[in-house]
Design a protein around this ligand. Structure first.
Ligand code: ATP
Ligand code: MG
Length: 203
């Protein structure tokens, strides 16, 4: 079996409180599992407000990125968010995320496999349900929009969190899991996914 480095790539997925309440835990797991990724850690918990806040402040660039994305989306739909400063708006989003993520049980997981971060983002779909593509989890199971969320001063309900980059994944996994909670094991299916020779199929 060839030893590609990113074959072992890991990413954090959280089924947020809306996903748990909507009975979508199994559906979400199925979608990541059936694409060939390996589940290496899973737990159900009610996140403390401190954990929820820490989760959305670990990446120093997150505020700028998320604030800018939100302001641009608001501009495109002609809505005034009361500020043009992405950092200020991201702080508002962070406050709503804190109460959203800690409002009830969530399921946190670590998925592993080749290009896991990008593969999971693709299956999850883009942040705003209104514009996430059909076939993605957010596109298929949610109808929320930034406009509706902003009007109610709450987080957009998009069922899943998934790490946005390999660096973000490393920080987030450390925050949610102890090293001993992440399992190191082999799946038989990895032979057909990664083995270049396909040895052992024929008798
Ligand atoms: P996540 O980090 O949850 O996987 P994401 O990476 O697609 O989502 P981010 O830009 O990191 O998107 O935003 C984090 C979360 O903040 C979103 O999932 C959403 O719940 C909430 N959010 C982001 N922008 C807005 C907004 N303009 N209005 C309301 N909620 C928002
Ligand atoms: Mg994100």
């Amino acid at each position: 079996m060839q030893n590609y480095d990113d074959k072992q790539q890991q990413t954090l997925v959280i089924v947020k409180p809306d996903g748990v309440q909507r009975g979508l835990i199994g559906e979400v797991i199925k979608r990541y599992e059936q694409c060939g990724l390996k589940l290496v850690a899973i737990k159900m918990l009610i996140p403390s407000p401190e954990l929820a806040l820490a989760h959305y402040s670990t990446d120093p660039e997150w505020a700028l990125k998320t604030g800018t994305k939100s302001l641009e989306a608001a501009k495109a739909r002609g809505q005034d968010l009361g500020t043009n400063d992405p950092i200020v708006y991201a702080e508002k989003i962070r406050a709503t995320l804190k109460s959203f993520l800690s409002s009830g049980p969530v399921v946190a997981m670590v998925w592993q496999g080749m290009g896991a971060v990008a593969v999971v983002r693709k299956i999850t779909g883009s942040t705003e349900p209104l514009s996430s593509a059909p076939g993605t989890i957010r596109g298929d199971f949610t109808i929320d929009s930034y406009t509706a969320a902003d009007a109610d001063n709450r987080s957009v309900r998009n069922i899943i969190h998934s790490s946005g980059s390999v660096d973000e994944a490393k920080i987030e996994i450390k925050l949610w899991f102890k090293p001993e909670e992440i399992l190191n094991y082999r799946l038989i299916s990895e032979e057909i996914i990664y083995d270049v020779n396909l040895d052992g199929i024929l008798e």
